[in-house]
Structures are given as C-alpha cells and as structure tokens.
Design a protein around this ligand. Structure first.
Ligand code: FMN
Length: 536
C-alpha cells in the first residue's frame, strides 16, 4: 500500500475541543509519518450534525438521503469517497463523545434496509462498495491505561466496519500530551505514532511498534500521583493555589528510587516558599512543614524551574549561568535525569539490548598504556622498550573492539609507534623518552583547546554519556583538568632529562608512572568538587 493507492484520506476529529485535542496530536503525528499531507479534516465540534430522527426515510422514502439537511450531508459524501478514514476522539464514558455518536448514527443512509447474512448477530448490507476502505481509530483517554476502557468502542467499530478493516492506536494518560514539562516522554510516544503512520502507509504497523504504542506513558503510580497533583485541589476539595507545591508534588511523583535516603529541599525564591521531598527507598513524600535537615537544597526562582522543565533552558546551562544555587550534597544534581527524568519508564532494559546496540564506553587506560610501555620499557632497555611500545600501539586497535576509540588515542598510536621505532633503530633512549613526554604534554595541551577537552571523553560516562558534552559546566571542568594534565606532562620532560643522566635512569619510567596515578585521583576529586563549588 502506498500514497497513490490511498488517494482520499479523511480525518474525523470528534473531540469537542476541536483543534486543541490531545488525540488530534496523535492523529497529526500519524499523518506526518504516513506522508498524508493532503488529508481533509472534518471537525465535528464545528459541524452542525443533529441526532438521527430514527424515521428510516433514508431507507424507504428517499433511499440513501437523510431528511435532515445539515453538515452531515457533506460529511457523509466525504466518508463514502474516502479510502482511509482516521477517527480521532477522546474516550467519554467508555464510549465516543455525544456529537461524534450523532455522526456515527447518521451514517444510516450508507446501508440498505435488508437484513444481511454473515454476521451471527445480524446486520445490514452496504449501499455502496466500500470494500477498499480502511479505518484508523486514534484516541486518548484519561485513565492510566487504554486497556479495558475501550471495549464498547472497539466492539462498535469492529462490528460496523469489520475487524480486518480497523487499525487501533489507543493511548491512556491522554491529558499528559498538553503538559510541556513532560514533552520528552509524550514526544517519544508521538514519534512512535509517527513511525506507525509510516509503517501503515508502507503496508502495516509492525508488532514491535504496536507493543510500544500499548505501553503506558508512565507507570500507574507515577501517573496517578502526577494527575492528582495537577488539579491543584486537595482531596478535601479545597483549592491549592500554590503552584510551587503542585510542581513539587509532580516532581516527587517522577522520582525513581535508587535506595539512598535523601531530603531534597526546594526554595522557590520568587514565591517565597520552601518545600521538601523526602526521598526514600520506597518512593517520595512532599512535606510542607516540620522540615528535616536537607541533603541537597536548590534555591531558584519558580519561573526558572518552569522554563527548565519545559525544556526552554537546560538545567546545566542555567547552573553554568549561575541562575540558581545548590547547597549541600551536589551528587544528586549529577544524577538528576536518572532520578527525576520525565522520560517515563520506557527506557530499554539493559538486558533487552543486543551487544551491537549497547554503547561502548571509553577508558583512559587505552590512551596511557602505549605511552607507559615506552616510558617504562625504553628506560630499562631501549630496544626491548621500543618493541614493547610497538606491540602496545598495535594492540590498541584490538582494544577498540571493547572500548570506543577517542581521537587522542589514534594520535597516541601514531606517535608511540614512531618513537618506539626510533628507540629500536638505536636513537638515544634519553632523547627518545624526553621527547615522548614532551609530545605527550603537547597532545594534552592541544586537547585543552579542542571543542571537546581530552578528559571529557573519559569522564562523560559518569555524567549521562555524550550528552554531557552539551553541559557547559562539565566542559569547563574538563578543560581545566586537561590543562592541568598538560602542565604536568610539559614539565615532566625537564626532570626526566636530568633523572636519566643519573644512576636512577632505569627507574625513570616507574617514577613517572606515579604521576598519572596521582593525577587520576586528583581528576576524580576535582570533577565533583568544582561543579559543586560553582553551584554554591
Ligand atoms: C465527559 C468526559 C468523559 C470522560 N470519560 C472518560 C472515560 O470514560 N475514561 C477515560 O479514561 N477518560 C475519560 N475522559 C477523559 C478524556 O478521555 C481525556 O481527557 C482525553 O485525553 C481527552 O482527549 P481530547 O483532548 O482529544 O478531547 C473523559 C473526559 C470527559 C470530559
């Protein structure tokens, strides 16, 4: 099936909300995936469609024509002409909204009055040949799941149009599609709907896409807590006008426990309000008084929180610009997405990934090992050290099958191979080793000025992977660290040269190996300390 075969696409938008319908967002995603830009839409809310009178005139007195002359005449003609009808509507009382039901009832002229065989429970034959026609039902409902809520709707469409003619996209938690703060999750769902559209136009929706469409946006408990908080009304019925509190409750609902108890304090500086979320192994609880000692306190205008939650500005970017303050334990901020990510529970479980899909990490040892082979080996015996350097450099491409290659590792392989050959060919070991430290230092110096600083490649894994490259504070921290490493390796050749003129020459490599170990410890500490200091 392709667009040429589906010439006439008709969208029937049955939501009383017209253009601002949640369900219509899904329908638009489907249309865009299918490439059906020319689809025509009937907005039921804007069309005059009176209820069927039940007079059967369309069957006996004026066959095929209704006695009521309103917007349904034109709509019926469009339905008859359509190759594909996309029905989009909200679930109302486990059925379709009233005005859409009027439209459905007013299709009576499309059938002949006679009783048809075939269906066990009875039916009427069609007046027109609509055998080519397909129906796509796209609907959202307010409960956490679509399952079990659409039985009446499914039965109605399947009975009237035929099971094999109907395609279904039914989505619970529909009201979340209008919450910009949750767009990372709802956007992902719309992307799946778009894919479903593309697959439908190409022949049929894949089982995998169907399964993804059936997954709830959020787990039931998360959704229900968020939904309850969104009304701004306490169960007692009293209105809670405090948007800061509602927001804090919604944030708490998104919490995914990691087993570590914490007290997260929110101070909304513009609202003059403070709330705490107790984060426990079981979940979260918002408290508004009798505050505990906080683990982490975030001081920020509420307006900024909103902007961050809506994706108008990134949290790390706002922190870099010192638009908010973090006091206490900063480590929670580094794991924010993992603990409060609005992206839902649909992340692929690690065991579901095939080895090919699982992202390879980087490892700084891959960068250091070839250099250390030359430094330690050549200081003991130039030829043996040179050979060790060549072997180590040759092994690096094999290690890249496990770890992701970094551009500086490629440069290292070339430099170490050249230096090792020079040592094997009888170049003075003192000169080769001194030069190698100098080259290593220059490579680090260059790495402090490249778009991505050298250490960033190795520390990104602990900060959400490569997306940390978009975090200005992370990049600044790593630029400083890379500069510090380059300073160390630019002075190392000086003492190395002198050390190699003494009786301790053979131990130069070993002595100098202590430096990267100490620097590694400093790096691990600085990566946590510097952003925390900045945030205060
Ligand atoms: C009168 C009314 C009845 C509703 N009945 C149900 C229902 O039976 N089950 C349900 O899950 N949601 C129900 N809802 C919630 C809507 O289906 C939900 O808000 C939907 O996402 C709205 O979609 P729309 O923006 O496309 O109109 C009802 C909403 C209204 C206003």
């Amino acid at each position: 099936m392709n667009e040429d075969e589906w010439m006439n696409i008709l969208v029937i938008n049955g939501s009383p909300k017209g253009g601002s319908s949640n369900s219509l967002k899904l329908a638009h995603a489907f249309l865009s995936g299918a490439g059906w830009s020319g689809a025509e839409t009937v907005t039921v809310a804007d069309t005059e469609i009176a209820p069927c009178l039940g007079c059967f005139s369309c069957w006996n007195k004026t066959p095929g024509t209704c006695v009521i002359h309103d917007g349904m005449s034109g709509t019926l003609a469009k339905i008859i002409a359509a190759d594909v009808v996309i029905w989009t509507f909200p679930l109302y009382y486990f059925s379709v909204p009233g005005k859409l039901k009027n439209l459905i009832d007013r299709q009576l002229p499309v059938n002949l009055p006679f009783m048809a065989g075939g269906n066990q429970s009875g039916g009427h034959p069609p007046r027109y040949d609509l055998s080519r026609q397909r129906h796509i039902v796209i609907s959202t409902c307010g409960f956490w799941t679509a399952e079990g809520n659409y039985d009446a709707v499914i039965s109605m469409f399947n009975r009237y149009y035929g099971v094999e003619k109907c395609t279904w996209i039914l989505c619970g938690q529909g009201e979340l599609f209008r919450v910009p703060e949750l767009s990372s999750r709802t956007g992902a769902y719309l992307e799946t709907v778009r894919r479903a559209g593309a697959e439908f136009a190409a022949g049929g929706i894949n089982a995998e896409t169907d399964a993804e469409l059936a997954e709830p946006l959020y787990p039931r408990d998360v959704f229900e807590k968020m939904a309850d908080a969104s009304w701004g009304i306490a169960e007692s019925g009293e209105t809670q006008a405090d948007e800061g509190l509602n927001f804090t409750k919604q944030m708490a609902a998104l919490y995914r426990p990691d087993g570590k108890p914490r007290v997260l304090e929110f101070c909304y500086t513009d609202l003059g309000k403070t709330y705490q979320i107790l984060l426990t192994a079981q979940g979260s609880e918002v408290i508004t008084d009798h505050f505990r000692q906080y683990t982490t306190r975030i001081e920020t205008p509420f307006a900024l929180w909103r902007s961050i939650a809506r994706g108008e500005i990134s949290g790390p970017e706002a922190l870099f610009r010192r638009q908010y303050k973090v006091l206490g334990d900063f480590s929670l901020m580094l794991r924010w997405d993992e603990l409060f990510g609005a992206s839902g529970s649909q992340r692929p479980a690690p065991e579901k990934r095939t080895p090919k899909e699982s992202p390879r990490g980087t490892n700084m040892a891959v960068l250091l090992i070839p250099w250390m082979a030359v430094w330690i080996g050549a200081a003991i015996n130039p030829v043996a050290g040179g050979a060790a350097g060549v072997v180590a450099a040759a092994c690096v491409p094999l290690i890249w099958m496990i770890f992701k290659p970094v551009v500086f590792e490629r440069i290292s392989v070339a430099l170490v191979a050249a230096l090792s050959l020079a040592a094997i060919l009888g170049q003075d070991a003192r000169a080769v080793i001194t030069l190698s430290y100098g080259m290593f230092g220059l490579m680090w110096l260059a790495g402090a000025f490249t778009k991505t600083p050298l250490t960033a490649y190795y520390s990104a894994a602990g900060y959400g992977g490569e997306k940390a490259f978009g975090n200005p504070l992370f990049m600044r921290t790593n630029r400083i660290l890379t500069a510090a490493w380059s300073a160390l390796y630019l002075v190392t050749p000086i003492w190395t040269y002198f050390l190699m003129g003494t009786r301790a020459a053979a131990y130069t490599g070993l002595i100098n190996a202590v430096c990267p170990i100490l620097m590694g410890i400093f790096t691990a500490w600085f990566q946590k300390w510097y952003p925390a200091r900045w945030a205060k």
